[in-house]
Design a protein around this ligand. Structure first.
Ligand code: HSE
Length: 362
């Protein structure tokens, strides 16, 4: 039996324990092995939880137990999660995570340790929640030169914008609903300021360019400045406001990557992506354009992707999946400010703009 430890029993960690238990028969069939939980590490108490018997507070039990070969990190952030992740890999155990901040910030270092130790570091759940997108990008689309990636990469902000557009709900009320539903990060500023989507476009850009694109090298703008007036103005233009992460590759394959709210024509499929759903469009020079769609946040969809990585790691216990990239620096990105775009400007100023059609002034 493959023994797994889960670090962090929050929304995603508890979902992982539930999926492993609920779908145990199916998981045994698809992985060819039984996969069971040995420890759940969390400093909190969970009296009455069906997983109480696995609960421990001491991480070193996991680190020093040779029976545990796969560890799931669902703590989040780059504090203790980073330290534990390094120690898990150094101990020669495969590591699975949904922690996009950690992958975007320390992915190169952690993958290098994984390579040195001959174990796997897998993070499908870090982008798009339950949507399979990283494996398709690295495997199914491997024959392509990737020209552009863009998408709705944050469920919380898409939920907020959808509520504003469809129900006229205020930003604050919609954010509070998203938090109650377990979509938002512990600190929702990362969602609404575009940082979470920024980490995800960094991971996608990194995988497509083969060079680590650090979040510090890209610009991010969130949706805190979007008002109900903007939403109505967009509607007049036949558009919906969507927070997009985008990376356009230059001729050298360097991504011009950024996150910003966009006016998206209602004629485009992605404008219909509502609520917590995410969609990622990948343009390759052979395949043309493909879109991946599904639940981008939430307990069970994210757990679905994490458990799939556990199964993959269990299947590849003796071999390493080829996954690595070079380290990057400021020179690894192209300048997103040089991309040509049309802009929407909201103003209350009385200036002599010329009306060219309903809602469009120049
Ligand atoms: N807070 C994130 C979101 C969770 O809303 O998309 C999934 O990454």
């Amino acid at each position: 039996m493959v023994k797994v430890a889960i670090l962090g029993f929050g929304t995603v960690g508890s979902g992982v324990a539930e999926v492993l238990t609920m779908n145990a028969d199916n998981i045994t069939r698809t992985s060819g092995r039984e996969i069971g939980i040995k420890y759940i590490v969390d400093v909190r108490e969970f009296p009455g939880s069906p997983f109480e018997k696995y609960m421990v507070k001491d991480f070193s039990l996991v680190e020093n137990d040779p029976e545990v070969s796969i560890v799931v990190e669902t703590i989040g952030g780059v504090g203790i999660a980073y330290e534990f992740s390094r120690r898990v890999l150094m101990a020669g155990k495969s590591l699975i995570t949904s922690n996009k901040e950690l992958v975007a910030t320390h992915g190169h270092e952690l993958l290098s340790i994984a390579k040195e130790k001959g174990v796997n570091y897998l993070f499908e759940a870090s982008v798009g929640g339950g949507i399979p997108v990283l494996r398709p990008l690295c495997q199914c689309l491997a024959a392509n030169r990737i020209e552009e990636i863009y998408g709705i990469l944050n469920g919380t902000t898409n939920y907020i914008l959808t509520e504003m557009i469809t129900n006229g709900v205020s930003f604050e009320e919609a954010l509070s609903q998203a938090q109650q539903k377990g979509y938002a990060e512990q600190n929702p500023a990362a969602d609404i300021e575009g940082k979470d989507a920024g980490r995800k476009i960094c991971i996608l850009s990194t995988l497509s360019s083969g060079v680590h694109i650090y979040p510090d090298y890209i610009t991010t703008e969130g949706i805190t400045g979007v008002t109900l007036d903007d939403v109505k103005n967009a509607e007049k233009l036949g558009c919906k406001i969507k927070l997009l992460g985008r990376a356009v590759m230059n001729e050298e394959g360097k991504p011009a990557a950024y996150v910003a709210p966009h006016l998206v024509s209602e004629k485009l499929l992605i404008s219909g992506v509502s609520g917590v759903m995410n969609a990622i469009v990948i343009k390759g020079n052979a395949v043309d354009e493909v879109m991946f769609y599904g639940p981008g946040a939430g307990k069970m969809p994210t757990a679905s992707a994490v458990v799939a990585d556990i199964i993959d790691a269990a299947k590849h216990e003796k071999t390493r999946k080829l996954m690595s990239w070079e380290d990057g620096n400021e020179e690894s990105v192209a300048d997103a400010d040089l991309l040509v775009s049309r802009w929407y400007v909201r103003t209350t100023a009385q200036v002599p703009f010329e009306k060219v059609e309903e809602g469009v002034y120049v």
